[in-house]
Design a protein around this ligand. Structure first.
Ligand SMILES: C[S@@+](CC[C@H](N)C(=O)[O-])C[C@H]1O[C@@H](n2cnc3c(N)ncnc32)[C@H](O)[C@@H]1O
Length: 210
């Protein structure tokens, strides 16, 4: 049965819930990345963005917000509408499929790439495939912020290892004792050229993977 992603988002509204705390960790990583970025324009993309609470929440009060443009990509039209209602000018919210590189044409190379709520919903080879493709979406020195649950088998170590092998240095990893992992990784190798039409992952959903 397909998961109700609108219902999934309601956990964010419970203070202290797992998702609320995960959001705090993700937003901390985004803030830190923005704090470190040199003066000038900043481009951000978010795959499977949901309501976009992570990036949009930070942009609500971050001093660099006026420099940020970007694209959030989400399939569910209701979630898209909610994100769009909170998005500042310059940050577009697209209702569409985030699973191929074509979704990001015109919005990359990005300085900030959000891959949150994806890696627990795609098969292991697709995690690896997506990580391998990240340098084609990134500007030099870009930061990727990602999440993955830590229920057995915990794949967060694999993800960290694969990111290192793909040319990223770890800026932060928050592995909570109640089973979520949040990472921020900075690209230290040169980006690779963007190519449209490359499949990143198939979003099968956590329930199907179990
Ligand atoms: C686990 S939620 C994560 C939402 C958000 N990134 C967050 O962390 O709060 C996964 C989201 O991916 C969306 N989604 C699933 N398949 C997608 C696809 N192929 N393209 C774009 N969005 C997709 C779902 O509608 C859902 O909102």
């Amino acid at each position: 049965m397909e998961r109700d992603w609108q219902a999934w988002h309601r956990e964010y509204d419970q203070p202290g819930s797992r998702l609320d705390r995960r959001l705090g960790a993700v937003q901390g990583c985004i803030r830190e990345a923005l704090d470190r970025m040199p003066p000038g324009p900043i481009r951000a993309i978010s795959a499977c963005a949901g309501e976009g609470r992570d990036l949009l929440g930070v942009l609500a009060d971050h001093p660099r917000a006026k420099d940020v443009t970007g694209r959030l990509v989400e399939l569910d039209p209701t979630l898209v509408a909610r994100a769009a209602a909170n998005a500042p000018p310059g940050v577009g919210v697209v209702c569409g499929d985030a699973s191929t590189t074509s979704a990001y044409a015109g919005a990359v190379p990005a300085d900030l790439v959000l891959m949150c709520g994806i890696f627990g919903n795609v098969a292991l080879p697709d995690i690896r495939n997506t990580l391998h493709a990240l340098p084609t979406l990134c500007a030099p020195g870009a930061t990727v912020v990602w999440t993955r649950h830590r229920r057995p088998p915990d794949r967060t170590d694999d993800i960290r290892r694969w990111l290192a092998a793909t040319g990223f240095e770890e800026a932060a990893f928050i592995g909570s004792d109640d089973l979520f992992g949040v990472g921020a990784h900075r690209l230290t190798s040169p980006p690779r050229p963007f190519e449209q039409g490359q499949r990143l992952f198939t979003f099968v959903g956590f329930d199907t993977l179990r």
